[in-house]
Design a protein around this ligand. Structure first.
Ligand code: FE2
Length: 394
């Protein structure tokens, strides 16, 4: 035994098991990964006779959730939804920060002290915005346009991540297409993970990151310009007689940056299903953002191709499905999001295991947020929840 953390030098092995995790599972068993620290920590694999998701009922707060964010905005009622339009609008307004702003108005659906998740459908903003509470990471699910910032302008398109450090002044000038962005608001600084033995160019080459360019700006004298500053979710409006984005140059290593999800070159093994942590894109205090992009399946006979069952011992797990066919989950389409609270099992839907054997790759594009602390849903989340999701493994 090592003295410092009581971890045995070699894993113990009892009863029916496979020595190599995720490969050559004993016939008739279902593997359950019981691991700490989101796939980084101590771990055991349990071999069940029944899938641990074959429950008949769930009573209590650990129930898994699924939300259809496509229906989050006013006027987009869910099928079977009994809320009146007034109730819907009240729930959405209650889930927005500060004062309600038609041109921006991120709708929060899940949050804790480290991170808040919002869905945003901006139109051209005639004011600037500055988040004094945290860094803003946008994932552009649909749409595109131009982002104006203190550091200059940056054009963006579908699949882009835009990372905007706390305190930056900015606004969106979207194009005419449908705009839907996932906003991951981080109450600590967002960084990228160490590549360690994969080398500095792995997953994405940092040279693929783009930053804003100062350009000649609209002086806009003779009109009033507003900056809406968010602090503790309250909006303060500051007015200027000139365009406050009047920076003509800058130097340094703190700025806005952009990387497209399709510039991520995922790490895979042809012999072994890597855990989600291998797809980490951004890190912040007490949460991680991972990107799932099209990739070949494991090809070796006996190697699992779908995620193993697990019960998220240390993390609430949120997955936003953006594009492609989500091979491990039935009934989940683009613009939907699942939330599996700490403690409840999840894993592939029953049809996913045989289906994965018929294909040699997955084309899914998805963004995962794993949070160390418990998330809470907002009234808006309740509007767009699929209440039968817990039964979808049947
Ligand atoms: Fe998971």
């Amino acid at each position: 035994m090592s003295s410092s953390n009581q971890t045995p030098l070699f894993p113990l092995r009892k009863g029916v098991h496979t020595r190599q995790a995720h490969v050559d599972l004993p016939a008739g068993t279902f593997e359950d990964e019981h691991g700490r620290q989101g796939f980084f920590g101590r771990v055991s694999h349990l071999y069940h006779v029944n899938p641990p998701t074959n429950w008949t009922r769930i009573e209590g707060p650990c129930i898994p959730h699924s939300y259809n964010l496509n229906q989050l905005f006013p006027g987009m009622a869910m099928e079977g939804d009994e809320a009146t339009q007034e109730q819907r609008e009240a729930a959405i307004r209650a889930s927005m920060f500060g004062s309600h702003e038609d041109a921006f108005g991120p709708v929060c659906f899940l949050h804790n002290h480290d991170v808040a998740l919002h869905f945003v459908a901006p139109t051209t903003m005639d004011f600037f915005y500055r988040n004094g509470d945290g860094d803003d990471v946008y994932y552009i699910h649909f749409g595109g346009g131009r982002l104006e910032t203190d550091f200059g302008v940056l054009d963006y398109r579908e699949g882009d991540y835009l990372v905007i450090p706390r305190g930056t002044t900015y606004r969106f000038l979207p194009d005419d297409s449908v705009q839907r962005y996932l906003l991951i608001e981080s109450f600590s600084e967002v960084t990228i993970p160490d590549r360690n033995q994969l080398g500095p160019n792995a997953i994405f080459d940092p040279a693929m990151i783009d930053t804003p360019e100062p350009v000649p700006y609209e002086r806009g004298e003779g009109r009033e310009w507003a900056v809406h500053i968010k602090r503790e979710n309250q909006i303060t409006k500051v007015y200027y007689p000139f365009n406050p984005l009047d920076v003509v140059g800058w130097k340094g290593d703190l700025t806005v940056w952009r990387i497209n999800i399709m510039d991520i070159r995922p790490v895979i093994s042809h012999r072994y299903h890597l855990p989600p942590s291998a797809h980490s894109t951004f890190l912040a205090r007490n949460f991680v953002i991972c990107s799932f992009v099209p990739r070949p399946f494991e090809e070796e006979e006996g190697a699992m191709r779908v995620p193993f069952y697990h019960r998220n011992i240390d993390y609430d797990e949120v997955l936003f499905y953006s594009k492609g066919e989500f091979f491990s989950r039935d009934g989940i389409g683009a613009g939907m999001l699942t939330w599996h609270p700490i403690g409840i099992h999840h894993g592939p839907h029953p049809s996913a295991i045989p289906k994965s054997r018929l294909k040699d790759r997955t084309n899914e594009v998805a963004v995962m947020v794993d949070t160390y602390n418990y998330l809470k849903p907002t009234p808006a989340a309740g509007l767009v929840e699929n209440l039968n999701y817990w039964a979808s493994w049947k």
